[in-house]
Design a binder for this molecule. Structure first.
Ligand SMILES: [Mg+2]
Length: 353
């Protein structure tokens, strides 16, 4: 059967139904036709392009206890998994409480660098997740500061030039790393009159690029000068996310845009400290002396969360409560397959307690 020519009506075919189709291929056309007929409206979406090999590898998590028994640490992405915007996703608090009562390690990981760990903790608490500690939050802003600390950046007397927001600055302050740029450069305009120039501090030994709603030409030029002229200046990216979700109306350009600007004018490749890089979890894996297969990554993005898990040998669960749809998951363009998918974290709750 050629699945590429099967057309589905989005309003009359649920994701759950679509997922079942690939295990009951013979019923695809009749099921679709029957449901479309009930609606009486026209076919709107052309086929979900997917090969049979992909379908066989995508599994819904039907028995969470089997996963819970073998996993000692759960790492959760935040937005789209634990919360959406400022709304807690149903079942998240109960799951965290349950996992902790089972003595599982629980961590939260986010590529959003605009907040520090302390600021994230306030968000957890504001949503009623008062059983989360700051040490359990792994943000890419923290990862940048932790990486610089791991290479003993402070002892060299160097500074960081920040393209990014307050979250990176707060983490650098907490790690006693000197910095400039960031919030203080958000309104600066370079002197481009004849003879005009930007003069960079030769003590800048690293440029950290995170999501920055106030990025401007002055910051780009400053970073370009540091990376081109300062000896051994590091280029660090908190993450390379192509898009982000600032509002629920559309996708917005993510930190990939900011990193791309600096990459474009320096021809240099960054050290990426957020997902899918392993830098964020190396410490916690070593601290708890776990094997990667004893750790499960739960996320809503294939190209960061699930890829992060797979790159590091972790078990992976995709939650469809965020940016990834069942159609994205099953598309034959998608080569990143989680071990399991769930509708939301509520599907991870054990019924044996
Ligand atoms: Mg997410």
């Amino acid at each position: 059967m050629d699945f590429s020519c099967v057309a589905f009506h989005t309003n009359c075919l649920s994701y759950f139904t679509i997922s079942r189709l690939f295990y009951r291929k013979v019923t695809v056309v009749s099921l679709c036709k029957r449901r479309c007929c009930h609606s009486g409206s026209s076919v709107a979406v052309r086929g979900i392009h997917m090969d049979v090999t992909t379908s066989a590898k995508v599994k819904k998590l039907s028995h969470p206890q089997n996963l819970l028994d073998g996993v000692h640490m759960f790492i959760f992405d935040c937005d789209g998994v634990i919360w959406k915007g400022d709304s807690l996703i149903a079942g998240a608090k109960e799951l965290i409480t349950q996992l902790k009562s089972m003595r599982k390690q629980v961590y939260f990981i986010t590529n959003n660098s605009t907040k520090s760990r302390a600021a994230y903790l306030k968000k957890f608490h504001s949503l009623g997740l008062d059983n989360v500690d700051a040490e359990e939050i792994l943000s890419s802003s923290y990862a940048a500061a932790a990486y610089l600390t791991s290479i003993d950046f402070q002892s060299k007397g160097k500074k960081v030039y920040v393209i990014g927001e307050r979250g990176i600055e707060e983490e650098l302050e907490k790690h006693h790393i000197a910095y400039l740029g960031g919030e203080s450069d958000k309104n600066k305009v370079p002197d481009m009159r004849p003879g005009g120039k930007v003069v960079q501090d030769p003590q800048v030994g690293a440029v950290v690029v995170g999501f920055d709603r106030y990025i401007n030409y002055y910051k780009i030029q400053y970073a370009q000068l540091c990376l081109s002229q300062n000896s051994e200046c590091l280029f660090i990216a908190t993450n390379l996310d192509s898009v982000t979700h600032l509002t629920d109306a559309q996708e917005w350009a993510g930190n990939g845009a900011m990193v791309g600007a600096i990459r474009g004018c320096t021809q240099k490749e960054p050290i990426v400290v957020g997902k899918p890089s392993p830098l964020l979890i190396n410490d916690v894996i070593q601290k708890h002396r776990l094997e990667p297969y004893q750790i499960c990554m739960v996320g809503d993005r294939l190209d960061t969360d699930i890829l992060f898990g797979k790159n590091n040998g972790l078990r992976t669960v995709l939650s469809l409560s965020g940016v990834t749809t069942m159609e994205n998951l099953l598309s034959d363009k998608n080569k990143i397959l989680p071990d399991y998918y769930i509708q939301s974290v509520a599907d991870l709750l054990s019924k044996n307690i």
